[in-house]
Design a protein around this ligand. Structure first.
Ligand code: GAL
Length: 415
């Protein structure tokens, strides 16, 4: 009996001793909970599991990541941040300023990330010259996802201008479907707004969304943007309020709605439903924004972790920047790779277009950070804009009042 007991104690002790060498773990906070998003995340999970790294999932549902950022604040305040956190643009910089982020310098130098990640992304992946986040992808927000059958029934020509868009929307309405699949959440309204602002020209996007020029924010062109938002609202169904973005995608997939204005994560939903670009759905740039791109890049921002988890954290960062992973993940996610040296062979036509559009826009100075997705301004300014855009979309402000309110809200948020 005694022997048995000692034997059990010994093997328990051995297991406890041996555990840390193979129980490497990453705890990952993210908001990738829709079908397409989860499928993409699975590519990363499996990659790490194959390397012996356990994945502790901390999903916080809510497109655009607002709820995830609230959950993150609670964890950091409690002194217990996760290993890695999905984050966007200025949010990464804001956390870096707090002095709580990790350091990926070792792996970034060894793998020469400096040479393969475009400057527009590095602006957020680095702080004070140090790599603090591993970029997974580049999404762009000025896309339209159209149900092919619904388009054919509406004349068959994908709209290239605002006027053509309205003609197609009218035809879809006449055909008895909801022309626009949309979810009334502030970030979704802002995603459409991004595209409409960009369709007024790149100079205007830069002046209003990036430079926050008060004259651009409150002027006639902004009033015209709000007028267009109001016009689009006429094509949204009555139950839109609070609807999640992926349910709006599902409406288009099922043919209940004609099209959705959404970033290319929407493509992940079409693919997950077994649909094919060109056959079942069509991807175009928002009319009037051809050649220009508003982008956002999902990055895994790393937090300071103890020595026991540092190895796993670096393995995760290295796995993310692996070119083969970048291809496999982004093919499923709908985005373009974050590295410039990933071949486009595995991507479908929309993916190839995404990659080509990004490169072209970057070359021509027509690539801008997306306001709606945290790449144009810090959260305080973004949220100030969200508020006005949503109030207008819900009919609480007319276009002139909205443009004036936008300039005021931004001025107040800038402090
Ligand atoms: C974006 C994010 C995407 C996407 C979307 C909806 O902000 O960059 O990866 O999944 O939210 O959740």
């Amino acid at each position: 009996m005694r022997k048995l007991l000692i034997g059990t104690m010994l093997s328990t002790a051995l297991t406890a001793y041996a555990a840390p060498t193979f129980a490497e773990e990453v705890e990952v906070l993210h908001w990738w909970t829709s079908g397409g998003e989860a499928a993409a995340l699975d590519v990363l999970k499996k990659n790490l599991e194959a390397q012996g790294v356990t994945w502790k999932d901390m999903p916080v549902a809510g497109g655009g990541g607002e709820a995830a950022m609230t959950a993150l604040r609670a964890r950091v305040t409690a002194g217990n941040p996760p290993t890695a956190v999905q984050a966007l643009g200025f949010d990464i910089t804001d956390w870096a300023k707090q002095g709580v982020v990790g350091d990926l310098g070792e792996v970034a130098a060894k793998e020469n990330w400096d040479a393969v990640v475009p400057a527009a992304l590095q602006a957020f992946s680095k702080y004070d010259g140090k790599w603090i986040a591993a970029p997974v992808n580049v999404h762009s927000t000025n896309w339209v996802w159209i149900n092919k059958k619904a388009l054919d029934a509406a004349g068959g020509k994908a709209p290239e201008t605002w006027d053509e868009l309205i003609v197609v929307l009218d035809a879809m309405k006449a055909n008895g479907i909801s022309p626009i699949g949309h979810g009334g959440q502030a970030w979704q309204d802002a995603t459409i707004f991004d595209a409409v602002v960009l369709s007024q020209g790149t100079d205007f996007y830069k002046a209003s969304m990036i430079d926050l020029d008060p004259a651009a924010l409150s002027g006639e062109q902004m009033v015209a943007v709000f007028d267009k938002m109001g016009k689009l609202k006429e094509y949204v169904d009555a139950d839109f309020s609070g609807r999640d973005w992926n349910l709006a995608s599902a409406m288009v997939i099922e043919g209940k709605a004609g099209m959705q204005f959404m970033g290319d994560w929407a493509k992940g939903e079409f693919l997950k439903a077994g649909q094919k670009p060109g056959t079942d759905f069509v991807c175009i740039r928002f009319p009037g924004t051809q050649g220009s791109v508003t982008f956002n890049s999902d990055q895994f921002m790393m937090f300071q972790v103890g020595d026991a988890n540092k190895g796993a954290q670096l393995k995760m960062a290295s796995a993310i920047e692996d070119p083969a992973f970048q291809s496999a993940f982004n093919v499923v996610k709908g985005s373009a790779p974050a590295r410039t040296d990933v071949p486009n062979d595995a991507f479908d036509d929309c993916g190839k277009k995404a990659m080509a559009d990004l490169a072209e826009a970057d070359k021509n100075g027509k690539l801008f950070g997306s306001m709606a997705h945290g790449h144009a301004n810090p959260a305080a300014v973004k949220n100030a804009m969200y508020d006005v855009i949503t109030r207008h979309f819900n009919g609480e402000l007319d276009s002139a009042a909205a443009a004036a309110a936008l300039a005021e809200a931004v001025a107040a948020a800038k402090g």
